[in-house]
Ligand binder design. Sequence first.
Ligand code: ADP
Length: 179
Amino acid sequence: MLEQTLVILKPDAYARSLTGEIIARFERCGLRLEQIRISRGEHAIIEDHYPRDDEWLTGVGGKTLADYERLGISAKEKIGTDDAAEIGRTVRRWLVDFLGSGPLVPMVLSGNRAIETVRKLVGNTLPVAAAPGTIRGDYSSDSADLANDQSRPVRNLIHASGDPEEAAREIKLWFPGLA
Ligand code: ADP
């Protein structure tokens, strides 16, 4: 059976009218659009979208710390803490606010190893580090240090499920009617 994955075009992608171009890239690679809608004001779903467990929070915070270290930036000076879970909680709050700030486009894509294929096309979490040819690398140069200066999440256009468990949970959350 072909694998399914959940993709969300975030408000920055919608506001920049990149919806069609991004979907075309997925389709060009052989992925099939199974479900799609424009979502407005679905705050309860957005609130449940990003996990609340320590593992997830520490993971997101850890990536931020690693990036700061690479740039020689002090996390304590920049965002007031160098605790990974606390940074994760701050980023999560910014993300929930950002996803609720404008229309977004959730969709289910299917295809051979769809999760891996989508993540490859999407590229690195931080657009500044995303390779040319990837969606984030081609359409943005945003970075964590700039975003955090402005107390906002990195605007990287897309959310894409990271593994099969995440995909199953997210598809059920955004498209509860699917078997
Ligand atoms: P991905 O979306 O690539 O799976 P993560 O799950 O690690 O990445 O992070 C979720 C989202 O949080 C990212 O897509 C990005 O928008 C935002 N984000 C991650 N790290 C930071 C950060 N240091 N500062 C601001 N936003 C961040």
